[in-house]
Structures are given as C-alpha cells and as structure tokens.
Design a protein around this ligand. Sequence first.
Ligand code: ZN
Ligand code: ZN
Length: 394
Amino acid sequence: MAIDFLTEARALYDDLVATRRDLHMHPELGFQEVRTARIVAERLGALGYEIVTGIGKTGVVGLLAGEQPGTRTVLLRFDMDALPIEEENDVPYRSQSPGVMHACGHDGHVAIGLGVAALLARQRAAFGGTIKLMFQPAEEGLGGARAMIADGVLEGPHVDTALGLHVWSGFDTGTAVVRSGALMAAADTFEIEVHGRGGHAAHPEQAVDAVLVAAQIVVALQTVVARNLSPTEAGVVTVGVLQAGTAHNIIAERARLRGSIRSFNEATRALLHRRVAELATGVAAAHGASAEVHIAGCVDPTVNAPAPTAAVYAAASSVLGAAAINTSYCTTGGEDFSAVLAQVPGNFFFLGARDEARGLSYPHHSPRFDFDERCMPQGVAILCDAALRCLAAE
Ligand SMILES: [Zn+2]
Ligand SMILES: [Zn+2]
C-alpha cells in the first residue's frame, strides 16, 4: 500500500503511550466507562469525526467519510473496560482506582483506536466509503458488544466488514496471530442445583446426600470431553464452583455447581451442552436425587471470514514481515467481539505484546499484567492498512 502507516504511527508513539498510561491510571469497569468515553468523544470530535455517544450505554461511535467515491463501510472496534482486580505492578502509571485495573490491555486498545482515528482522518483524500469506529464498553462478561448491536451500531450506515484486535501477552512484540476460521472459543456457563434429602450425619440411610451426588457429577462431567468429544475436536468443561453443606454433622440437602463450557463450533457446543445436562440429571437420578441444570450461551466463538482475514494478513505482513505472522494459534478464551462477527464478516487478530526481558509476560487478568507499549504503533498501522484494503474490496 502506498501510504506508509508504520512511519506515521511511530511518530504518534509518545501520544499513544501518554494516552494509554492516562487510561491505565483511571480504569473503569464495564458500563461505567464515563471518563474514558468522554476522552474518546472529545478526541474524535477534534479530529473531525461525526460522533454518537450513549450507544450501548457508555459506547461511542465515530464516523469518517472518505473523499473518494465508495459505498462500503468498515467498522473498527476497540473495547474500553477494566477488571475488578487490585493492581500489583509498581509503575508510575499504576491504577489510581482501588480494586480496579486495566489487566487485559483494553487501555492499549483505546489508545490504538485513537491513533487509528488520527491517521485515517489525515488520509480522507486517499479512500472512499466510511470508517466507523466502535469504542465498546463492558467486554469482560457483561455483553457490551451485544448492547451496542442492540442500539444499532451495525446500521446507519450498514457495516460491510468489521475488524478488531487484542494485544496479546502470549506472543512477542513484533509478531501477530492472523487466522481464518475460529480464533477464540464460545464461552458458556452452566449451573447445576442438586436436590437431595437432608438428614443427620449419623443416619445416611434416611437421607440422600447432595454432597456425594455433586462430587459424582464433578467426576462424571470430566468424561464429556474425554469420552464424548472426538479427539480431533477441542472443548473444555470446567467446574469452578462447588458449594454445599452447613455443618460436619449434617447431610446436605442441596449442592450447587457452576462452571464453564468452551467450544469452537456449534456442533461441539450443542454436544457439550447436551452431555453436561444428561450426566448431571442422570447421575442425580441414579442416587435418588434430582438435578436442575441451567446452561447459558454467553459468548459465541470468534470466527474470522476469509476475505477480511486476507486483508489483515496482507497488512500485518507489510508492517511486521510475513515471517512474524502465526496463522495457526487459537485459544479457548472467549471474546465478545464474536457477537459482531456473527452478523458481519470480519477479522479479529492478536497483536504480540510480550517482552520477557522487561517482565512484560504475565497472563491477561493477572494483577501483574502489563504489556509492551512498543506494539501500539504496529497495531495502529496494521488496522489502518487493513481498513483501507477492506474499503477498496469489491
Ligand atoms: Zn480480558
Ligand atoms: Zn480483553
């Protein structure tokens, strides 16, 4: 591509770092991104974007029309929310909000988004069609993407292609993961309520022990992936919560299990849901108890479409070099941008952000998470380049 976005993005480096650190010091939880949204709206307005605020509660949309002829609209999405974690990093830009931290890198996403906004505003004469920036609240399990979709972010103008990225502490700075098909998993939750019959610890023959039944259900659920799923398919069933009982001398009447189900396609997803429910109710019945099972589909798999993925691959190759692009990695983590990709063809990619030598390699959601800020100009350049490629596509 004729425009050297990487050189332009590198010139923004100090501003990207300052923006990211300011956001890092002032993290806001999902649907509470009031300060962040205000900063985004002010900056987009100053750059000449048409702005709509209050989309999906605290979301912000920025629109920019190119000066060449063109009818396509490309959406670029950046999530804004932080997590309920107390930061343990001792850095000058440490979180100033007790118990709240940008531990997933969304502060970097907002900074990258504002960098993209600045560079594309300068290049209006170079493209046709519309750039739509989606600054999204509440990615971390609260449904921010769905809230913005419900408020019409994919229409007016209709979005043809959607792009997004995540800084990724599992890969070195200077690399990226760009993959067609499923990049991230569906993340669903289940809750199982076991109903037994309470009684005296000394008289088990008069009771139905919900603790014993729950324990057998935990073990049985581990057979779903091991024995029901094809070895060539991936899936996870995790029991994260097991609660029962009140005293050592009482047989518990009830027990509660909660957990997570991960899968990469709808067939596997349906199989795992069905077997979790069958095993829980079947094991309970075998012991004279009963089980109520609730499974909630929370996050769809993040599935990348071929053409937008080819555009991002070409952009990432021109910025980082083809040898730096991994096309096979995928993760059982979930991402709510999947709700956008379920409706619009697009691509979500990982931007390497690890620098082991400087200790920037803690996992996402760790109280020690931080990322290598040198990845930010690369993210800006890749998204700008890819967006223009998608606008130019037939
Ligand atoms: Zn996260
Ligand atoms: Zn995240």
